[in-house]
Design a protein around this ligand. Structure first.
Ligand SMILES: Nc1nc2c(c(=O)[nH]1)N[C@H]1C(S)=C(S)[C@@H](COP(=O)(O)OP(=O)(O)OC[C@H]3O[C@@H](n4cnc5c(=O)[nH]c(N)nc54)[C@H](O)[C@@H]3O)O[C@H]1N2
Ligand SMILES: Nc1nc2c(c(=O)[nH]1)N[C@H]1C(S)=C(S)[C@@H](COP(=O)(O)OP(=O)(O)OC[C@H]3O[C@@H](n4cnc5c(=O)[nH]c(N)nc54)[C@H](O)[C@@H]3O)O[C@H]1N2
Ligand code: SF4
Ligand SMILES: [Mo]
Length: 874
């Protein structure tokens, strides 16, 4: 329901860019609902979006500027930043300083940061975490289309007869888009879905065909597809000759790739390849959705072009229900590309050509515009490690956790003479290394725009006051710009004014020869602006390239001849390490790590490992595993699953030193990059894996945050407290000291010990409420996590209930949370299937309410239904 104080804004998480209705309540909390009028989601939200209200507390926020760990005024902070940057530039030149930004900045913030660096500092050393995310798609688009343009839109996914998901776990990473596909397929059951991913992710749930491709086998698969389409006479020769160039050369390279060759390069069976090729060939309306399994690769740009080639050859682009579709990750990954946030772009989709440099210089009124590209993220931190970057300003990103070779990045930042970090949070692994900390305003406090995967610009609007001295990023940047002597060019007083300048630049001397053009928006009311798809000349554009006109010099789309890389063979005894995301966490968990219900789905860092590999190494379920290579190491829980292929491991990217003892997976990831895009191969590291000799495993629940210093620990918030997994490699000499240090109390715990099993429990209860409990065991602890966590909310507890370590017969045990919205666990769902005969997700929902809110867990519920029906059938 829309109340008078409801604010229409946009979700700060993924690139789907869902509209959100936020309504602050008198008691201070904020009600969150999907905006029924927003064309990205029509009212839907996923589990992360639904839980936004739980992430808004000021816990852990940075609320005033700091220099050298001491609180200072904004003036002192600005003077320090400006003076140190000025001094560094005058001593070592403009390329000795850098900005490292983020697809989580709003377009207005990003525009101002880019203008300061490229326009007035005169160095293009501004790059962003989008280098780790979208750079290969950008490069692929530019090579094929002459511009970084996503041709299609979300409706194409609903209209397609075949959707090919390549390296995309859409169900978890773009959940509302996935739900739109599920709804479309329910209405049109003939619609087909193919998933191409080395892992059988939950996105396989709706797929007719899952191709468990060998890592980086994608180029071979799509090059082979091009050859197949040509052989079958499926290509659209009229389209190819009228609107494209380079087909013959691309085909010449492709012709060597028959199904047998593709099978060898991809590890797929010839039969499954043939089925996929046949489906693609005979279905006109095909959308190929791709994401990080494509982009984050040393061959990422080539994968993108191998995919685009197949769409160009069949003329399946820019028409309803057809096209290659690179889905963006961050809420403003697209907006960052629009303003030129990448070091190799200038501004408003212009490159560093002499004409464009001259045009932008005249527009900005600057004589010192950078004359060529700057350092890309991996090179930038490498230059820092060599001492060449001497001052850096990091905004809205956490490179100590998210960059490859993260320990080297951390050392480079430690050695860098001057590090400024603007962030909302005081405690992040990157913040720890800052000389100057600048408190940024966050979602709900900021005002500006973001662009989603379908080129749709939406407003983010504030509904909360600025806390403490936190300020929006654009304001912080322009204050520094003023002190650097550029006041006239940075005299901004509102984001609307910055947006208007961005609009003007996009249309400046643009007679339709640059894709990015917002000139139709000039004069539009920023405050009331509704979501709109660019380009907007006379009107918004839902789809690009339908007319066969591209932004290359000759106006034709280009085929690229793609030479697939040889299959990757890891060194003997090592695994290929794949990395990515889980459903309910966002990146380095600075937001989702605050929500108990989001932390209940996956509560600690883990490694997915195939059962055969696990048993070969003597790793059982829930053992701890050490991963290591020349770059670093990590300690994670084993999740034994046949969703994973043999010889490969998967570790999520989310855990940091703030949440676990040693869970930073990027410490292990290689800094190898794609030669064209500079995007690192984040999905393909090589690691050794070994089980860790654990003396004691433990599980903790506590009302106050425990101080954990055990060999292994991973902490998460829980309703009314905290939960943690721990492990000790040595027997403890003194339990009471340990309890006192961990829980910060001298109170005496009640305890029991079972001599035979070696299990112990320690409990501290005050006035019927649980303050702390610790369960330990020589084996992974069997205590029901959800039951123990729920004890934190009880008011009439006795020690014996807690010490028992399991629920009484009167209390059903829900098990690990599957549906985070309704708090329904796996046992409850399993019971709905096995005892109550539910045979569908809907029936489970009707009985337990699981899956009835945001729907993000429906694929997992279906998995449980299917698995139990199989068991029943056996
Ligand atoms: N829940 C959640 N959602 C998110 C985010 C989040 O942190 N959490 N982050 C957002 C951001 S910024 C991004 S960029 C997107 C990312 O969205 P996705 O790209 O969907 O997510 P990932 O899990 O990084 O990787 C996708 C899949 O690529 C597969 N893969 C690995 N190597 C290969 C390969 O060689 N070939 C193929 N075909 N597949 C491969 C992996 O097994 C993985 O399942 O998600 C966005 N949405
Ligand atoms: N191994 C591996 N590594 C990866 C990936 C992978 O798949 N595997 N994926 C890569 C990808 S695609 C991405 S996008 C990156 C993401 O990685 P990061 O960008 O490092 O991750 P976040 O946790 O989103 O960091 C955002 C930070 O900005 C802060 N913040 C939020 N809003 C604002 C704001 O408005 N202003 C300011 N100043 N600060 C704000 C948050 O508190 C947080 O500290 O990780 C990359 N790294
Ligand atoms: S799908 Fe979820 S995370 Fe992505 S924008 Fe929508 S609500 Fe936010
Ligand atoms: Mo991303």
């Amino acid at each position: 329901m829309v109340e008078h104080n409801t604010v229409r804004t946009t979700c700060p998480y993924c690139g789907v860019g869902c509209g959100v209705l936020a309504t602050p309540q008198p008691d201070g909390h904020v009600t969150i609902a999907g905006d029924p009028d927003h064309p990205a989601n029509f009212g839907r939200l996923c589990s992360k979006g639904s839980a936004l209200g739980e992430t808004l507390s000021l816990d852990g926020r940075l609320l005033h500027p700091e220099i050298a760990d001491k609180r200072v005024t904004w003036d002192q902070a600005f003077d320090e930043v400006a003076n140190r940057f000025k001094q560094t530039i005058s001593e070592h030149g403009p390329s000795s300083v850098a900005i490292y930004g983020s697809g989580q900045l709003l377009t207005e913030d990003y525009y101002v940061a880019n203008k300061l660096m490229k326009g007035f500092v005169g160095s293009a050393n501004i790059d962003t975490n989008s280098r780790l995310c979208m750079a290969s798609s950008v490069a692929g688009h530019k090579r094929a289309f002459g511009s970084d343009t996503v041709p299609g839109n979300y409706e194409d996914l609903e209209q397609a007869d075949l959707i090919v998901l390549v390296g995309s776990n859409l169900s978890w990473c773009h959940p509302v888009l996935y739900q739109r596909i599920v709804a479309a397929r329910t209405a049109r059951p003939d619609m087909k879905i193919v998933l191409i991913d080395p892992r059988r992710t939950v996105s396989a749930d709706i797929a007719e065909i899952h191709l468990p491709i060998a890592p980086d086998g994608d180029s071979a698969l799509f090059v082979g597809l091009l050859a197949h389409l040509d052989q079958q006479g499926i290509t659209d020769s009229d389209y190819v000759s009228a609107y494209t160039s380079g087909y013959e050369a691309a085909l010449l390279t492709a012709e060597d790739w028959d199904i047998a060759g593709v099978a060898e390069a991809t590890g797929l069976s010839p039969l499954s390849i043939a089925r996929f090729y046949d489906l693609f060939a005979r279905t006109k309306k095909v959308v190929t959705v791709y994401s990080q399994g494509v982009n984050q690769s040393a061959a990422g740009s080539d994968k993108v072009n191998a995919i685009i080639n197949c769409h160009l050859a069949t003329g399946r682009i820019g028409k309803p229900g057809m096209g290659p579709f690179s889905v963006t990750g961050q809420p403003n990954a697209m907006g960052g590309r629009e303003v030129g946030g990448l070091a190799n772009m200038l501004a408003a989709h212009m490159d560093f050509t002499p004409d464009a440099i001259d045009r932008v210089a005249r527009f900005w009124g600057s004589g010192s515009v950078a004359q060529g590209p700057g350092l890309k993220a991996v090179d930038l931190f490498a230059a820092m490690a060599r001492g060449e970057i001497k001052a850096v300003w990091i905004m809205a990103t956490n490179p100590v956790d998210s960059m490859p070779e993260a320990d080297i990045v951390r050392d480079a930042l430690k050695a860098c003479p001057f590090v400024v970090v603007s962030d909302m949070n005081r405690h992040t692994d990157t913040m720890e290394l800052a000389h100057v900390r600048l408190p940024a305003a966050g979602w709900g406090e900021k005002d500006g725009t973001v662009s989603n995967s379908e080129r749709r610009i939406s407003r983010q609007r504030p509904f909360l006051p600025l806390p403490g001295e936190a300020r929006p990023d654009w304001w912080i940047i322009k204050e520094v710009a003023k002190r650097l002597g550029h006041g006239a060019a940075f005299s901004y007083f509102s984001p609307g004014q910055i947006f208007a300048e961005h609009v003007a630049l996009s249309g400046f001397e643009n007679s339709g020869n640059r894709d990015f053009d917002l000139s139709g928006l000039s004069g539009a009311d920023y405050e009331t602006m509704t979501p709109v798809q660019w380009p907007v000349r006379s009107k918004p554009t839902a789809r690009m390239f339908g007319d066969g006109k591209f932004f290359t010099l000759d106006g034709r789309a280009r085929f690229l001849p793609i030479q697939p890389p040889p299959p990757f063979a890891p060194a003997p005894g090592t695994f290929i390490l794949n990395t990515g995301r889980v459903r309910d966490h966002w990146h380095t968990m600075t937001r989702t790590g605050k929500a108990a219900r989001l932390s209940a789905h996956m509560a600690e860092p883990f490694v997915e490992i195939h059962p055969a590999d696990a048993s070969a190494m003597g790793i059982s379920r829930a053992n701890l595993v050490r991963l290591s290579n020349g770059h670093g190491s990590a300690l994670v829980r084993a999740l034994v699953t046949d969703r994973q292929q043999r010889g490969q491991l998967f570790v999520p990217m989310h855990w940091t030193d703030q949440f676990a003892s040693n869970g930073r997976v990027d410490a292990l990831v290689t800094g190898k990059t794609d030669p064209v895009s500079g995007q690192p191969a984040l999905k393909m590291a090589q690691v050794h894996a070994e089980p860790v000799g654990v003396r004691l495993y433990g599980f903790v629940v506590a009302a106050q945050k425990p101080a954990l210093a055990t060999d292994y620990w991973a902490m998460a918030p829980a309703h009314n407290g905290y939960r943690a997994e721990i492990a000790l490699f040595e027997e403890l000499a003194n339990w009471s000291d340990f309890l006192a240090d961990t829980f910060g109390t001298d109170a005496v715990f009640q305890s029991i010990r079972d001599e035979r099993s070696g299990r112990r429990a320690f409990v501290l209860i005050e006035n019927g409420r649980l303050l702390a409990a610790l369960y330990t065991s020589p084996d992974p602890v069997l205590v029901s996590r959800q039951w123990a966590v729920d004890l934190l909310s009880e008011t009439e507890l006795t020690a014996s209930i807690v010490l028992a370590g399991r629920p009484g017969a009167d209390r059903p045990e829900g098990g690990a949370i599957v549906c985070s919205c309704m708090g329904v666990g796996i046992n409850t769902i399993t019971e709905a299937v096995t005892r109550h005969g539910c045979t569908s997700v809907e029936a489970v929902g009707a009985l337990t309410r699981a899956g009835t809110n945001c729907g993000s867990c429906r694929a997992e519920i279906r998995g449980i239904v299917d698995a139990n029906r199989l068991i029943a059938a056996e």
